[in-house]
Design a protein. Structure first.
Length: 116
């Protein structure tokens, strides 16, 4: 049986979790987002509700963020942002970027550099 609106159930769960475990480290919520919502930096009612229930505790949001939207969300609403799909699919990308930066810096500062 499918739930038409899952928010009441999730809200009750988060409230009980908050009340029963006041020292709970964090809550990690996958926030489905539309492209327009990400660009505008807006949260729909359900996401704002869960954030307000959880209060000042660590709240980790996941769901379609890039660097720009993650920064704007954290600045506007606080909490943390988790990255997944874009980074998990190519875990070596950050390492490749760092390696390229080291190689280029070394080549430009080397006596055998073609730019000398």
């Amino acid at each position: 049986m499918a739930t038409i609106d899952p928010l009441p159930t999730i809200r009750a769960f988060v409230e009980r979790l908050r009340d029963a475990h006041p020292n709970f480290a964090y809550i990690h919520v996958t926030e489905g987002r539309e492209v327009e919502e990400l660009k505008e930096g807006q949260l729909d009612h359900s996401k704002a509700t869960l954030r307000s229930i959880w209060g000042d505790r660590a709240y980790i949001a996941a769901g379609g963020f890039d660097g720009e939207t993650a920064n704007s969300t954290v600045e506007k609403y606080g909490g943390l942002v988790a990255f997944g799909r874009k980074f998990i699919s190519n875990v070596s990308a950050p390492l490749i970027d760092q390696l390229e930066a080291v190689v280029l810096t070394t080549l430009h500062n080397s006596p055998i550099s073609p730019n000398v």
